[in-house]
Design a protein. Structure first.
Lengths: 324, 442
């Protein structure tokens, strides 16, 4: 059970942080379909940071510090990369879907181009035995879910998630940001700088997306940057819509999805009641069945809950003062 | 507008064509800059190599070296354009209806499954092989249409955002397809030692798209007539959208859902129908690709989605969702792609440059309206504001400006229509004078 919850967290954390990233952009009025690309770019820069630090024998005794620096680099890279989207969508009033799609194409192209030029192969592998994993064997079952075989990124992601969610709902700037996604004309009429708020939302979104991308390849995907995050960015967008653009439901959604996803990976080793019988494995269903469960579940839940769904009203529409 | 001569560049179609050319040139320029910067900072690569590299990319299949290689690569380019032409059409028709069909990969997989199951399970004779081929193509389209119907139904009945349903359906398709071929075992999987990851090619059952001598024209290539079938379908879709009542209804629903409903159109039916057509096209693209008879289908595809599906999005966007334009944009993408592969073969750069160029072109295409205004419409913009009589005519002017501006709003991925709250405009004198200043500067 403990093992299962640990695995769940590993799948859920990147989804959680990237879905929150999407929320920040969309609540400010910008559709960020580019999250997949931003994740890829962040993961590339993060992996490159680790590679460069190790190559120059820097910080070899402090793996956690390397990990932190890589996360920081990925965050900054994601924020900078997202500026391409916000510039096109806000300043040039371009189509946000097209801009986002372009970024989704650009990120893997850039990452793979440079990886191939510099490393003569199609992927950038970070050594696995670097010791990012925090091991605390011998703790009680409840504590070991969070503190054994854990990654420092998990704590950072959870703290960021809580702080930023509260920031979005309880501060003046957060309220202003959300108002720009609902009715920017009204926001502008009371003196809020809509463009600045939208830049802010998209940049936070890019930063979190880049961070999530690096966390994904460092923890979930086993430390290899191949210019892809296996569609995780799109899944995070789905979780965001599933979670109704609200942090709390997004958290629940990504935990549920992470749980079902981890079930599909570990079902053969799962001993439900502790009697030494792997009951799910004995059912003889192929893994495809378990792989299908998370996606089908999301569809079923959506069919029943969609009545309450409410997207930010003004998302996707370039702000135009003339329309006030 | 009335005063002064009407210039050639006032033609809207010409303007958007020139804007597209500017986007493409911009993309190539960025690609060239990347190559030059790389050559500057890398001692191993001489500057001349960068110049040669960009020419190779621009040459596409024509930079393949010997003339037989050129013919071979040109044939393959046309062959490989077919599936992305079809998925591009799929994405384009959905966009026209205000839907973002990001589910083309799933529909593509379903189409591949439908056509392969049909083409491989009916024994053929010399006289029936064409009919089996045709049936397989139609079944592939049917599978795609049914898979596309799912997001359509979710959107129409449950009002669920089609993007999320499409993404879920992609992964469901990937696993379902793997499951189907896993459970049927050896009856479809290629038993040749090195090919067990793949389904048998349809050629093993003598089912293949007619070549009509094209493979003699382009020796070495497996080219068949599928590109012409796809182009014909593009023309049919163009006629459907622009010359029929159904097409008008589909577009009206995409342009303004509420207005279409008010005019008595059945929005739910149209949403489902549009997604089914889109799905049929994506499925048909897969059917045409695998019915070529020589292309391998990776059956255990549960952890990856076909790139042909996602590449439909840039194809459609590059063509501004125009079905005829999709024919050219799909070939253009493969043209640059072939150039990229030649680049990897002949220089120290690699094929990802072509992806980079395409991405930048799409990026510029995102604000092509801005580029168009910047190139041609400065004068017009000024006239609207300067000719206005602010004091008496404030309201009317604001409305006029609105009309001009709202024309460009394209349907986004959600169904939030821009609010047509014309009646609530306040007379905004400050605002208007701001706009006048901006217009004057521009």
């Amino acid at each position: 059970m403990v093992f299962m919850l640990q695995k769940t967290l590993i799948y859920a954390i990147p989804l959680l942080i990237v879905a929150l990233a999407g929320t920040f952009a969309e609540r400010s009025g910008i559709i960020n379909i580019a999250l997949d690309g931003i994740m890829i770019f962040g993961s590339f820069i993060g992996a490159l940071t680790v590679y460069l630090l190790q190559k120059n024998d820097l910080l070899t005794d402090h793996p956690q510090l390397i990990f932190l620096l890589a996360m920081l680099a990925a965050t900054v890279a994601g924020a900078l990369f997202s500026l391409l989207l916000s510039f096109s969508a806000i300043k040039l009033r371009g189509d946000q879907t097209i801009g986002g799609t372009a970024l989704n194409l650009l990120a893997p192209a850039v990452a793979l181009f440079f990886i191939k030029v510099f490393f003569m192969q199609d992927k950038l592998v970070m050594p696995k035995d670097i010791g990012y994993v925090i091991l605390n064997p011998g703790m009680g079952p409840a504590a070991s879910v969070l503190f054994d075989k854990a990654y420092i990124s998990t704590y950072i992601a959870i703290i960021l998630f809580v702080v930023l969610s509260i920031w979005m709902y309880k501060t003046k700037t957060g309220l202003r940001l959300r108002s720009c996604g609902e009715h920017p004309q009204a926001a502008d009429s009371v003196g809020i700088n809509v463009h600045r708020m939208r830049y802010l939302g998209t940049t936070i979104s890019g930063a979190l997306g880049g961070l999530g991308g690096y966390i994904y390849i460092a923890t979930t995907a086993g430390g290899t940057c191949e210019g892809t995050v296996a569609g995780m960015g799109f899944l995070a967008i789905a979780i965001m819509i599933f979670g109704n653009w609200k942090p709390l439901t997004i958290a629940l959604g990504s935990l549920l999805f992470g749980f079902l996803k981890c079930l599909s990976v570990i079902y053969t080793q799962l001993d439900l009641n502790g009697d030494g019988v792997f009951s799910l494995a004995q059912l003889g269903l192929p893994m495809y069945f378990y792989n299908l469960i998370p996606y089908v579940t999301v569809l079923i839940v959506l069919a029943f809950t969609s009545k309450n769904s409410r997207a930010p009203k003004a998302e996707g529409i370039p702000y135009d003062k003339g329309q006030r | 507008m009335e005063k002064g001569k009407k210039r050639l560049t006032d033609n809207a179609a010409l303007q958007s064509f020139i804007a597209s050319v500017v986007c493409i040139l911009g993309g190539i320029l960025v690609g060239a800059i990347v190559l030059f910067v790389l050559a500057l900072f890398n001692k191993d690569i001489p500057i001349g190599e960068a110049f040669r590299g960009i020419l190779i990319v621009l040459g596409g299949p024509f930079s393949s070296g010997s003339s037989s290689d050129v013919l071979f690569n040109f044939g393959d380019m046309l062959l490989e354009s077919t599936p992305i032409l079809m998925t591009g059409l799929s994405v384009a028709i959905a966009f026209k209806t205000g839907l973002f069909n990001i589910g083309a990969p799933g529909q593509f997989l379903m189409g591949a499954t439908g056509s392969l199951l049909t083409a491989l399970s009916i024994p053929t004779t010399e006289s029936t092989r064409f009919w089996v081929w045709l049936l397989a193509l139609l079944v592939g389209m049917l599978f795609g249409a049914l898979w596309g119907a799912i997001p359509g139904i979710f959107k129409a009945v449950f009002k669920v955002n089609e993007v999320i349903v499409c993404i879920m359906c992609n992964w469901i398709a990937a696993n379902a397809v793997s499951w189907i071929f896993y459970s049927t075992g050896d009856s479809f999987i290629n038993i040749a030692e090195t090919k067990t990851k793949f389904i048998r090619t349809t050629m093993s059952n003598n089912v293949a798209t007619p070549r009509l001598g094209l493979n003699k024209l382009f020796p070495g290539s497996n080219i068949d007539i599928s590109i012409f079938i796809a182009a014909l379908l593009a023309i049919l879709i163009f006629i459907l959208l622009n010359k029929t009542k159904l097409g008008f209804e589909l577009k009206a629903g995409g342009f303004n859902t509420n207005a279409a409903k008010y005019a008595g159109m059945n929005g739910k039916r149209n949403t489902i129908l549009s997604m089914m057509i889109a799905g049929a096209l994506a499925g048909g693209g897969a059917a045409l690709w695998y019915l070529n008879g020589m292309n391998d289908f990776l059956w255990n595809t549960y952890s990856s989605l076909p790139t042909e599906g996602f590449n439909g999005i840039p194809v459609a966007l590059l063509a501004s969702n125009n079905p005829i334009g999709v024919i050219f944009s799909s070939i253009f993408l493969k043209y640059i792609g072939k150039g990229g592969f030649n680049l990897a073969g002949y220089t120290q750069f690699n094929e990802y440059v072509s992806n980079l160029i395409i991405a930048v072109i799409i990026y510029f295409a995102g604000f092509s309206k801005f580029i168009r205004d910047w190139l041609f419409n400065k004068r017009k913009k000024n006239e609207i504001y300067i000719n206005a009589k602010p004091v008496e005519n404030v309201k009317e002017t604001v409305h006029k400006a609105n009309d001009v501006i709202t024309q460009g709003v394209s349907p986004g991925i959600t169904d939030t229509p821009s609010e047509g709250d014309g009646a609530e405009h306040m007379p905004l004198e400050d605002e208007l004078s701001d706009e006048m200043k901006e217009g004057g500067n521009g």
